[in-house]
Design a protein around this ligand. Structure first.
Ligand SMILES: Cc1cc2nc3c(=O)[nH]c(=O)nc-3n(C[C@H](O)[C@H](O)[C@H](O)COP(=O)(O)OP(=O)(O)OC[C@H]3O[C@@H](n4cnc5c(N)ncnc54)[C@H](O)[C@@H]3O)c2cc1C
Length: 384
């Protein structure tokens, strides 16, 4: 079936973006830059919700997308080192060190989210709007919200993250599976060495990895440790597939004590001291999902799409989650622009987008368990 919203009505498509973290705002800004004038972002969290998130490595294609949005790199890259310093640790002392160059730069979720959302024109971002359902009414997609509101749209873009409502509605068989380990995270106001600029990766033994990088005001660390589902529930309050991010208020004293003890046993003293000194802590259970087979669904005469973590959350070691979301957003904006400007058939444009972007998402889903297995992290064996 072919489709063309423009020729049917002579108006611009109404585009509803669900999720106001990274992928959603990038999609909205790209569409606004391309001349779409009916774009709304619906975000479940209230505007007053505390913001916070860790280090994110962005590769050159994603950095280029942000450049095209006129977001200067100085705004979201606080330290421009491209070095990854990888250290084997023996008896709590650095042993071999390998220095690599990352084809990208490090930002933080907070810096990037702020750079994006401050550019959204007034009235585009609607906070405190949790989507609960997507239905077809009079041949058009209609979003339903927890507070009873509804919003019709021609194209619904689900960028609503790891526990996506869009994925649950459109692709319900693809459920999250806990991979058997946790990324404990913290932002400390001290660093293990003065003037730290590079990304450090410490590998004390199989089943443990510690990453650390400078961020404004201190350093951001991630400590990967194996953990059963039961232990996760004891430390963070509930099952890992239900609490897909443990916010500071979910981190129990037992979770803190466990991480501090592991730091004392496994890390060099200066890195363990950073962990101990960190008051604000978070955690993300590492999750797997079956690879996606599609990104686009017809809903009456309109469409719904999944992208970013809503399409496929990938393991953090792949460093591909935000990159995938931003690259998919750019591809989606290009496809929709061809429809708006040159009347390209919308269904064909969206399927072309899916064909170009699905392989990278699938590759990253497969790559996560391979890296986890190499590091001795988690319980899932990679697919042969
Ligand atoms: C330890 C760790 C390290 C990482 N390192 C990297 C890295 O180096 N490089 C990289 O590319 N990626 C990295 N990632 C992954 C990256 O953080 C995610 O892929 C990225 O944040 C996903 O962005 P998103 O906007 O797609 O989803 P999310 O950031 O999950 O945002 C989804 C948004 O949707 C909202 N929402 C959810 N449900 C609803 C609803 N029903 N209605 C309305 N709104 C809703 C949520 O409140 C949220 O704001 C890392 C992740 C972790 C945990």
């Amino acid at each position: 079936m072919t489709s063309n919203i423009l020729s049917a009505s002579g108006r611009q498509p109404t585009i509803a973006v669900v999720g106001g973290s990274i992928t959603g705002p990038v999609t909205a800004l790209l569409l606004l830059h391309a001349g779409f004038d009916d774009v709304t972002v619906f975000e479940a969290a209230p505007a007053s919700a505390p913001l916070g998130g860790g280090l994110i490595g962005l590769e050159h294609p994603a950095l280029d997308v942000l450049d095209r949005l006129d977001i200067g790199q100085h705004e979201f890259v606080a330290h421009d080192s491209e070095a990854i310093v990888q250290m084997t640790v023996r008896d709590r002392r650095p042993a071999e060190t390998i220095r690599r160059t990352y084809a990208g730069r490090n930002t933080t979720w907070t810096l990037l989210h702020q750079a994006l959302t401050r550019r959204l024109p007034a009235g585009v971002l609607h906070s405190g709007m949790k989507v609960t359902a997507l239905v077809e009414e009079a041949g058009q997609p209609v979003l339903r919200f927890r507070d009873g509101h509804t919003a019709p749209a021609d194209v619904v873009v689900f960028a609503d993250g790891r526990s996506s409502t869009g994925r649950r509605l459109l692709d319900p068989d693809r459920t999250l599976r806990y991979a058997g380990y946790v990324a404990h995270r913290g932002i400390a106001d001290i660093t293990p060495q003065p003037g730290l600029r590079d990304f450090l990766r410490l590998q004390p033994c199989p089943g443990v990895q510690f990453n650390l990088a400078p961020v404004p005001g201190g350093c951001d660390w991630t400590f990967y440790l194996n953990c059963t589902s039961t232990e996760y529930a004891q430390r963070f309050g509930t099952d890992p597939t239900r609490r897909v991010f443990a916010l500071p208020r979910h981190v129990s004293p037992a979770a803190r004590a466990h991480v501090d003890t592991c730091a004392d046993l496994l890390l060099p003293a200066d890195h363990a001291a950073v962990v101990h000194a960190t008051t604000t802590r978070m955690a993300a259970p590492v999750l797997d999902i079956s690879p996606p087979e599609r990104m686009v669904w017809p809903i009456g005469a309109g469409h719904a799409v999944l992208l970013g973590d809503a399409l496929a959350p990938v393991r953090p070691h792949t460093a591909r989650g935000a990159n995938n979301g931003i690259e998919q957003a750019a591809g989606l904006a290009a496809a929709l622009t061809q429809h708006r400007k040159y009347r390209a058939d919308l269904t064909a444009a969206l399927h072309g987008w899916q064909r170009r972007h699905l392989p990278a998402a699938v590759a990253a889903v497969h790559r996560g368990p391979v890296i986890g297995h190499q590091l001795g992290l988690g319980t899932h064996q990679p697919a042969q």
